[in-house]
Design a protein around this ligand. Sequence first.
Ligand SMILES: [Zn+2]
Length: 385
Amino acid sequence: MAMPFEFATAARILFGEGKVREVPAAAATMGRRALVVTGASPERAAPLVAGLEAAGVACLPWPVAGEPTVETVRRGNEYARAERCDLVIAIGGGSAIDAGKALAVMLANPGEPLDYLEVIGRGQPLKQASAPFIAIPTTSGTGSEVTRNAVLASPQHRVKASLRASSMLPKLAVVDPELTLGLPRAVTASTGLDALTQLIEPYVGLRSNPMTDLFCMEGIRRAAGALPRVWEDGGDRQARADMSWASLAGGLALANAGLGAVHGFAAPLGGMFPAPHGAICAALLPHVMEINIQALRARAPASPALGRYAEVARLLTGRSQATAEDSVRWTAEICKRLEIPPLRAYGVAEADIPTLVEKAAQASSMKGNPIELTPEELRQIVERG
Ligand SMILES: [Zn+2]
């Protein structure tokens, strides 16, 4: 065994088509009054809400439009307390899951989000265990259903910061591929490439471990086969199921082995520009891989990360002779095929690069990158992104 490691995840994971219908019975064992956090279209949660009410769980709806902010959570927390909620259920994309996760932990702890937020807040420990939380992703995805942090934006500080505690791991994660069948194409593409990023970064990163490696290798192989298929036909159930599994596998990996430079940039970019997290990661992925491999060849030719990039290439292409550089070619090609917009489509300009490079260099995800990148290399990544 290479190194000691810790592995933690949701208390229980249900995976498969139709599994969402098992939520009401499970929820009834956890609480009586559920704050139901959804994305901007709460009507999609109607069947779930009907099931919950029938199981004796009162539902208090809390729709969240866009990525959650400190203010979203502060107001939601006031509402949940006033309504005496004892359980939080989130059904939606990564934004709804993160909002729900934050609301569940705030329900059990006094004060407001800024008391506990990293970087921009007071960073106090969340001493009380989170209220019971059920996470039901409808994209694939962020893997947020199996991570222990919630990312909140602070428009006033122009950054994103996390609430983080082991107790924030959901009590139940329900990954039901049927929920992703109607996802719009652009969301399928950006969230799917975020899932792929979250499989590649932990695998090549400094904190990889034998257990997360298993999830990464299998996830990368599945995602490689399924990404072109969900793009061509959003109703392809086998491909949707493969992407749901890949997304879950990425969440399991990143929560226990960290990420890398793509996510190091995603934090400041997401804080400064109105771009969805998945779209940012997709735009950066091939460029980070290319610069990482170049830097490794130049400064750390004996690094095991180079062999890992070659393994990524074999998993992506299915060719046993594939080289590390083939992983870059494959990824660039899929981004083109899935019509991933460049960063400038979100207003990122030349003048923003110095600030972005400075902030990214300090991001926690950057510490997991297989090699420390120079400011010049970081600049090249954003320029190409
Ligand atoms: Zn991500």
